[in-house]
Design a protein around this ligand. Structure first.
Ligand code: AMP
Length: 217
């Protein structure tokens, strides 16, 4: 199956994508992770997008569509693709549709993760991740263990994202409502949209996603 996880920053897309990778052998394509990797390795593109990302604005469509095209052309399909944080604009959604058609593939389902904005601010400003395996921690609900070793992989490489602060989050939320939320209507009209309560516990969200996927099979 090929699916999109759609939702504002902090909705839990990355966490649920990682579960799907573990449980269904799917391939997670996160444009945010790809852009952060480009920054860390210091490529020209990485340098170009750094300030835009720190501000919380969207990187240009051409760049992210190019990143996704490269990944799809390298064909790691497995149990299918999870698009996480892509598409974020109508132009990206159209481009993804064309790329999948060119590959003879379908989009099976778009999962909208619904959350309220106050919860997002709380989640994001308290968030850190394991730099080695991507496990997500939260100062209030899932603090970093006292022995400072990741519960998933044992590494001691906890990181906070540069854009996980209140100023940048406001810009990211604005970008979501102005540019990305129209995709809810776009995919609803195509008959692909399923909505889940993103504020439920991690396991309950996973159960809702599994049932949405069953309905789309
Ligand atoms: P994320 O990890 O998905 O929250 O993305 C972090 C940042 O990367 C965003 O705030 C944007 O600056 C940029 N970004 C990630 N994905 C996209 C996309 N599909 N379109 C434009 N910008 C993106």
């Amino acid at each position: 199956m090929n699916i999109i996880l759609l939702g504002p920053p902090g909705a839990g897309k990355g966490t649920q994508a990682r579960k799907l990778v573990d449980e269904r052998n799917m391939v997670q394509l996160s444009t945010g992770d790809m852009l952060r990797a480009a920054r860390t390795s210091g490529t020209e593109m990485g340098k170009m997008v750094a300030a835009v990302m720190d501000r919380g604005d969207l990187v240009t469509d051409d760049i992210v569509i190019g990143l996704i095209r490269e990944q799809l052309e390298s064909d790691q399909g497995g149990g299918g693709y999870i698009f996480d944080g892509f598409p974020r604009t109508l132009a990206q959604a159209d481009a993804l549709g064309r790329l999948l058609v060119d590959m003879g593939e379908n989009l099976d389902c778009v999962i909208e993760m619904q959350v309220d904005d106050d919860a997002l601010v709380d989640r994001i400003t308290a968030r850190s991740t394991c730099g080695d395996c991507g496990e997500v921690y939260n100062d209030n609900t899932k603090p970093i263990p006292a022995d400072e070793k990741c519960t998933n992989c044992g590494a001691s490489n906890f990181q906070r994202r540069a854009d996980d602060n209140e100023d940048s989050l406001r810009t990211r939320l604005m970008a979501y409502y102005k540019q990305t939320s129209p995709l809810v209507g776009y995919y609803y009209a195509k008959g692909d949209l399923r909505s889940v309560d993103g504020l439920a516990s991690m396991d309950d969200v996973a159960t809702s996603i599994a049932s949405a996927l069953r309905q789309s099979e």
